[in-house]
Design a protein around this ligand. Structure first.
Ligand SMILES: CC(C)(COP(=O)(O)OP(=O)(O)OC[C@H]1O[C@@H](n2cnc3c(N)ncnc32)[C@H](O)[C@@H]1OP(=O)(O)O)[C@@H](O)C(=O)NCCC(=O)NCCS
Length: 181
């Protein structure tokens, strides 16, 4: 059985190794998790692990942390989902989906209003994510195809509210410096 729970400090090494496996041996995502964990944007309840109950092995991890959408110089706090990884031996069993749904539900309960991400356009729409560009949001820090930049409302009406406040101009998602260090 797989259990989803809040990541503990003692899970750090297992989470690092898990992302190495999930991302085919590259270190970027593992190191990103370590940097976010010691940053201002870290929300402990939104770092979730999927654990094999019998062995205690971490087989999945999703991290949702703080970023901001800027209208000129005015920031609005939002969340970003990155990274998420599931051990290749455990993929396509619904674990990624459980981590995402639990993360979104916790984020909503904590009062956050929007979650953005860069990800597979065939995967995230099932969790309610839509192309962010449709809502007047742009991403300048990374050059990516439009359809991989997605947003999910946690508070109904938030996207319209933000757009009205900007008087129809674009809002730019800026990932914190933590993502680039
Ligand atoms: C993406 C990932 C987290 C999904 O976790 P998971 O536990 O396998 O996902 P679920 O079981 O909830 O959902 C399975 C569905 O995910 C989709 N999916 C999985 N990997 C995908 C990929 N690389 N591209 C597009 N869709 C993918 C498939 O549609 C699959 O559905 P299917 O079995 O009907 O084909 C996992 O595959 C992973 O760790 N991949 C490597 C790391 C990665 O790419 N992370 C995400 C970066 S955006």
């Amino acid at each position: 059985m797989i259990q989803i729970r809040t990541a503990a400090a003692s899970d750090g090494e297992q989470i690092y190794q898990l992302h190495l496996r999930a991302f085919g041996g590259r270190k970027e995502e593992s190191e990103l998790v370590e940097r976010i964990r010691v940053s201002d944007g870290y929300v402990p309840e939104l770092s979730l692990v999927a654990v094999e109950e019998e062995t205690g092995e971490v087989v999945g991890h999703a991290l949702i942390s703080k970023a901001a959408v800027y209208d000129l110089d005015q920031p609005t706090e939002v969340l970003v989902l990155a990274p998420i990884g599931v051990d290749p031996a455990y993929q396509r069993q619904g674990i990624g989906g459980h981590l995402i749904r639990e993360g979104l539900s916790r984020a909503e309960a904590l009062g956050f209003k929007l979650v953005l991400l860069i990800g597979h356009p065939s995967y995230y729409p099932r969790f309610g994510f839509e192309p962010a560009g449709l809502h007047g949001l742009v991403l300048m820090q990374f050059v990516v195809p439009d359809e991989v930049f997605m947003v999910r409302e946690l508070a109904p009406g938030e996207l319209v509210r933000m757009r009205d406040e900007r008087k129809g101009t674009v809002g730019e998602l800026k990932y914190p410096q933590t993502f680039f260090a």
